[in-house]
Design a protein around this ligand. Sequence first.
Ligand code: FPP
Ligand code: MG
Ligand code: MG
Length: 332
Amino acid sequence: TSASNGVSEPYQLVENDLALIYSDIKSELNCDLPELVELAQYYFSTHGKAFRPMIALLMAAVCGKHRGGLPQNVVQKQRKVAVIVEMIHTASLIHDDVIDEAATRRNQPSLHKVWGEKKAILTGDYILSVASRELARLRNPEVIICLSQIIEDLVKGELMQLGSKDPAATGRLATYLSKTYHKTASLMANGCKAVAILGGCTPELVERSFLFGKNLGMAFQLVDDNLDFISSAEEMGKPTSVDMELGLATAPVLFAAEKASDLDALIARRFRGPGDVLKAKQSVMEHGGVEQTKMLAASYSQEAVSQLSAFAESEEREALVKLADMVLDRTK
Ligand code: FPP
Ligand code: MG
Ligand code: MG
């Protein structure tokens, strides 16, 4: 705890704010159609790691302290950014679970398993519409553009992942990293950017805030892709070992393939051959694909932390440094 070791615990620092964020989301999703409210609130009933709203809240406070404090109306607007990014994220997960045919999410049956795909798609759309309305209410065109970019990037990332045309072996890692930026890092980058804009930061600090979120997001997803290899569904609250089953080659396989070129053929046929998934898994373990992925994640995490030195020292800044470290060691 912060009291015992003097280090700011990210979760503790924003615990109260996070509770407000989730109660705000719940009330924003209210409407005159009870079924829609029930479906829309379903994925929020057990919140996940709350990682995205947490970094938005901490970065908001870092910017606020750097500026010597901000008026309450600005702080409220920054909080709305946390609400909006969590809504966009959750809407995309509802759609993602349809696309991935995932059975569970956040330790419960996925929404489409309970209510069917048609209602799942519509529920995602509804959450996105509420997020758009709240975004407009911020009355800041720059922030509207910045957070709309997240939605565009999520769609692009997901489309890249569907991969109509597979890249040649030489371009695979670059394509994977670009996809990773679009599907994961953009949301954290633009969320951090938005709170810095609202906080009245200079263009340089706005950019550093963006880069913090971007690099942390890259590290986060690389670790996520490792966890797909090494963690259990029970721990994660969602299915694991699915990426290759879905035909996806993530960083651990791509690194292993640099050493074991027999993996190229398996990647190219999207692990559809008999025994491909198991064979690739063994090759990844043998060639240190997980360790190499972790090293790349660590370098992104370091790059994220280096952006923070431009901001005034604060408890929240220390918490973000710690978070960048925790991301590397997380087990779920
Ligand atoms: C989870 O990845 C999915 C995403 C991060 C993005 C999904 C985006 C879309 C479906 C595009 C539509 C966007 C909106 C805003 C409605 P994953 O499947 O690798 O991770 P998982 O293991 O958590 O399922
Ligand atoms: Mg997916
Ligand atoms: Mg998925």
